[in-house]
Design a protein around this ligand. Structure first.
Ligand SMILES: CC(=O)[C@@H](O)[C@H](O)COP(=O)(O)O
Length: 263
């Protein structure tokens, strides 16, 4: 990739949508709607997730008004669904309620880990793609599953860094790199970001974007953390595009004895 510092032309395209911001924000878990509004504004996020199960889209004075005022696009998710059937139904209800055929697909395997249920996720993804949805699945850090999801027509894949809300960062950078290397669709790190450096690392690995919720919503100062993570995403992206130096086992003098260094 050509190195450039021009972030204006470095847009993210998913299906038919073009985004300037590579940070997607989760909207649940804030202490108040004001805290959400403040974090949203500084995050620069243009696409934010909402859980149909946790909000009433028609209720005024609700989270939807805050999102409307912020001018962000909504990405409904199927949080809280434990079967393919439930996730498909929830996605269809969200399509009606939010008038979008985009869905962040979550099919959870158990309450304790909130890890994805791989077979059910694949089944639901296939059904929703066939029904005309633009599907962005929250998936394990499993390169084979990521490929299968792409094969059935998902518009992006969203592997976890670590379990939702754990803040443990990127536990398996080896698998995440394999997913990035093989994917032909955007790869978005979803879940487990604890702080700005986690977001920067994902972007340095070549991820196209980062989705985070808990790290911002439950930070002592959500607005400040939203800004930090935004900068982390931007810094990581720039570093990726700039092309990092290779890691070397031994030292190399930074200034050659004479002339310019050889490349
Ligand atoms: C909001 C959302 O979509 C979450 O389900 C997502 O997986 C974020 O996880 P973190 O809360 O760990 O950032």
């Amino acid at each position: 990739m050509a190195a450039t510092s021009d972030t204006n032309t470095d847009v993210l395209t998913i299906a038919d949508k073009t985004l300037s911001s590579r940070l997607l924000l989760g909207t649940g878990g804030f202490r108040s709607l004001d805290a959400l509004a403040g974090a949203l504004a500084v995050s620069g996020s243009e696409l934010v997730t909402v859980a149909l199960r946790r909000i009433d889209p028609g209720q005024h004075g609700s989270i939807v008004d805050v999102l409307d005022r912020a001018g962000v696009q909504l990405l409904p998710n199927t949080a809280g669904c434990f079967t393919a059937r439930d996730a498909v139904l929830t996605a269809k209800m969200a399509r009606e309620a939010f008038e979008t055929n985009w869905v962040k697909l979550e099919v959870i395997g158990d309450e304790r880990t909130l890890l994805p249920d791989a077979p059910a996720l694949l089944e639901a993804a296939e059904e929703l793609v066939d029904d005309g949805f633009v599907v962005l699945p929250y998936t394990n850090d499993d390169p084979i599953l990521a490929r299968r999801l792409e094969d059935v027509g998902c518009a992006a894949v969203m592997p976890l860094g670590s379990p939702i809300g754990s803040g443990m960062g990127l536990l398996n950078t080896y698998n995440l790199r394999l997913i990035r290397e093989r994917a032909g669709v955007p790869v978005i790190l979803d879940a487990g970001v604890g702080t700005a450096s986690d977001a920067a690392l994902a972007m340095e690995l070549g991820f196209d974007a980062v989705l985070c919720a808990t790290a911002v919503s439950r930070a002592e100062e959500p607005e400040t953390m939203a800004r930090a993570i935004r900068l982390g995403v931007e810094a990581g992206r720039l570093a990726y595009r700039a092309g990092r130096i290779p890691r070397r086992l031994y030292a190399q003098a930074s200034t050659p004895d004479e002339g310019f260094p050889e490349y």
